[in-house]
Design a binder for this molecule. Structure first.
Ligand SMILES: NC(=O)c1ccc[n+]([C@@H]2O[C@H](COP(=O)([O-])OP(=O)(O)OC[C@H]3O[C@@H](n4cnc5c(N)ncnc54)[C@H](OP(=O)(O)O)[C@@H]3O)[C@@H](O)[C@H]2O)c1
Length: 360
């Protein structure tokens, strides 16, 4: 395989650091650009011989200059949207961890991908699993997609028991070690809501044929049901190295040092329905997805505002869902015809959501 030049956006984050380990292990992968939000990148760039770096600002300028073969978008939040559309529009392979960009810009991203004709390889473990289960299948044979969710640290609790939970409680994820925003999203199930919308746009499957189930050990990463009654599942220990490596080395599936499943040691594979009353953000995401237009962007923007306020101690845990619901109720959801209109809808949703955050 010729050397692949990778632009790593969000290089200092949880996914970014694991991606660097994957690159270090594979001589056919090379970093050609690094970006972060505010962290200094000088040491990392020097260590990996990367000339092009960018801290904050417009990531598309960095991409124009670096001309990568692959963009690994591991930025957190809507800030990654420009890079996602840049890669899709040009047919440059996009390894996508930044689910928020696809949720917010779903229609625009689809159109850009159609024009660009490149690869969109999901890095989210559930979507990497679905991608692999779906690869080479005739769409008409697919009955439904099943996304698994660990249930987060508050699985099994009632609403009343969540009234006083704090930031540290929410950041104690049982199976995955991740950045703070996605960890809070996992505790509220907003993450699974974002993934529901992400799956809809990635695989073009209607929402009524995408199910979410709770699976506490995160060993089954997702499943596809087919029309003949068979289901294909993707299994493995929870470790983001696997989907990152799969996307960066696709279709070669390079070796990793992640151990194979030890079945003889006894694996617990339990599944149950999610508790939508205690974790309303999953139902709100479905509602936003089905409503279409910019409702998914509003869901995402309000959730980003609410999670930031929760992490700063300005909003209680249960206030996150309330704030998102209020923003969805207040928004008009009109579709965005271009990136400028989407950025405006995102900003408006942030304004609406910000009104619900108590002043510190
Ligand atoms: N972590 C996981 O296991 C996991 C699994 C599946 C999907 N994802 C998705 O992957 C994305 C990254 O998650 P994470 O857990 O790695 O987050 P994280 O640890 O918080 O890292 C976020 C990265 O994004 C950078 N960043 C923030 N704002 C930016 C901006 N405006 N421009 C450029 N870079 C910016 C940060 O730079 P600074 O250091 O300067 O802040 C950091 O490098 C999220 O969309 C998440 O949902 C993560």
């Amino acid at each position: 395989m010729p050397v692949r030049r990778i632009a790593l956006l969000g290089a200092t984050g949880s996914i970014g650091r694991q991606a660097i380990e994957v690159v270090e292990r594979n001589p056919e992968l090379e970093l050609c650009a690094l970006a972060s939000g505010s962290s200094d990148l000088a040491a990392l760039a020097a260590e990996h011989g990367v000339e092009r770096v960018q801290v904050g600002g417009d990531l598309t300028e960095l991409l124009d200059a670096a001309e990568p073969d692959v963009v690994l978008n591991a930025v957190v939040g809507f800030a990654g949207v420009g890079a996602t559309l840049w890669a899709l529009e040009r047919g440059v392979t996009l390894a996508l961890a930044n689910k928020e960009s696809l949720v917010a810009a779903g229609q625009l991203a689809r159109q850009a991908k159609e024009r660009g004709g490149g690869l969109l390889l999901p890095v989210d473990s559930e979507h990497s699993a679905l991608f692999q289960c779906l690869e080479g299948r005739e769409p008409s044979t697919v009955d439904s997609l099943v996304l698994t969710a660990s249930g987060g640290p508050f699985r099994g609790r009632s609403r009343a028991e969540l009234a006083d939970v704090g930031v540290e409680d929410a950041l104690a994820h049982p199976t995955w070690s991740m950045g703070p925003k996605i960890t809070v999203d996992s505790a509220t199930l907003a993450n699974k809501g974002l993934e529901l919308i992400e799956a809809h746009f990635l695989f073009d499957v209607p929402y009524e044929r995408i199910e979410v189930v709770i699976h506490p050990t995160s060993v089954v990463h997702s499943l596809v049901r087919f029309r003949d009654g068979a289901a294909l599942a993707h299994l493995g220990y929870p470790d983001m190295t696997v989907p990152i490596s799969y996307a960066l080395t696709y279709p070669a599936r390079a070796a990793t040092d992640v151990p194979g499943l030890d079945l003889a040691a006894g694996l617990t594979l339990e599944f149950s329905a999610p508790d939508l009353e205690t974790f309303p953000l999953l139902a709100l995401a479905r509602r936003a997805g089905e409503a279409g237009g910019t409702y998914p962007a509003v869901f995402n923007a309000a959730n980003e505002v609410a999670v930031a306020a929760f992490l700063e101690g300005r909003l209680p845990f249960l206030g996150i869902a309330e704030l998102v619901e209020d923003a969805l109720d207040a928004a008009d959801g009109a579709p965005a015809g271009n990136l400028a209109e989407l950025v405006e809808a995102d900003a408006e949703a942030r304004r609406l959501a910000g009104r619900g955050v108590p002043v510190a």
